[in-house]
Design a binder for this molecule. Structure first.
Ligand code: PEP
Length: 255
């Protein structure tokens, strides 16, 4: 399976001019790369602009950072999956820890994934514990996020699903610690096992499991090779075209 690299810009950058600069800087560099799939999740206000400029087939896909589960209606401030589909969005992040921190529940995550599936986009379900404990209780948190978020989905839903494992304590500038490739791999196996109880082993093997949490060009190779990650979800380092392109090129070298 090709490595999948997704950039999550979060609430950045603060001008359309800068957003276009980063987007174009990445787009021009990824067009010839064959072994990697790349998507950028910009703030929704920029999504329409990028969608309009990417005519025809482009190797840089678009993703959204969140969605509502309803198609339209009285929901001030929200964006619907139908709107995202109309903008040729391929991926939608769901259950990012920064959304969960504002009160998003597993029940809402479930509704969102169901809606994303209906519009034939791919959900990137973000899971991860806030704290790591020696005795492994944190695994129950990951298990619950996966089981509750994916409840009731048919087997074929596995084809339009990505899991991003992001230990919350390893995310962002203020991260309390660093995850190791071995630590990731251990949890990836646990996640795969949980997925195989839900979808069956054959389907579960098709679901890419990404690592996210302070990924940079310095650690990307080890998470992909030693950690055997199917891809990476990159925050800060996706905001500088050159750093993000470096990570993408590292992934492109791995077959
Ligand atoms: C994220 O929040 O999804 C993320 C991975 O952020 P960072 O790379 O900045 O830790």
């Amino acid at each position: 399976m090709k490595k999948l690299i997704i950039g999550n810009w979060k609430m950045n950058p603060t001008s359309l001019a800068e957003a276009k600069k980063i987007y174009t800087g990445v787009k021009t560099k990824v067009s010839g790369l064959r072994n990697v799939s790349v998507a950028i999740c910009p703030p929704t206000v920029y999504l329409g602009v990028f969608s309009a400029t990417s005519k025809g087939k482009t190797s840089l896909m678009l993703g959204a950072q969140d969605t509502h589960w309803q198609e339209s209606g009285a929901s001030t401030g929200n964006i619907s999956p139908l709107m995202l589909k109309d903008l040729k969005t391929s991926y939608v992040l769901v259950g990012h820890s920064e959304r969960r921190a504002t009160g998003e529940t597993d029940e809402q995550v479930k509704l969102k994934i169901k809606a994303i599936q209906e519009y034939k986009m791919t959900s990137v379900l973000c899971v991860g514990e806030k704290e790591r404990d020696e005795s492994g209780h944190y695994l129950a948190v990951i298990k619950r996020q996966i089981e509750d978020g994916l409840e009731g989905l048919p087997k074929k839903a596995a084809e339009k699903l990505v899991i991003a494992y992001e230990p919350v304590w390893a995310i962002g500038k203020e991260a309390k610690g660093v995850e190791t490739p071995e630590g990731f791999n251990h949890n990836m196996i646990f996640i795969r096992k949980t997925l195989s109880y839900i979808f069956g082993q054959k389907e579960a093997l098709k679901i890419p499991i990404l690592y996210g949490g302070s990924v940079s060009s310095k650690n990307a190779d080890s998470f992909l090779r030693e950690g055997r990650a199917d891809g990476l979800l990159v925050g800060r380092d996706s905001l500088t075209a050159s750093s993000f392109v470096e990570i993408i090129k590292i992934a492109n070298q791995i077959k």
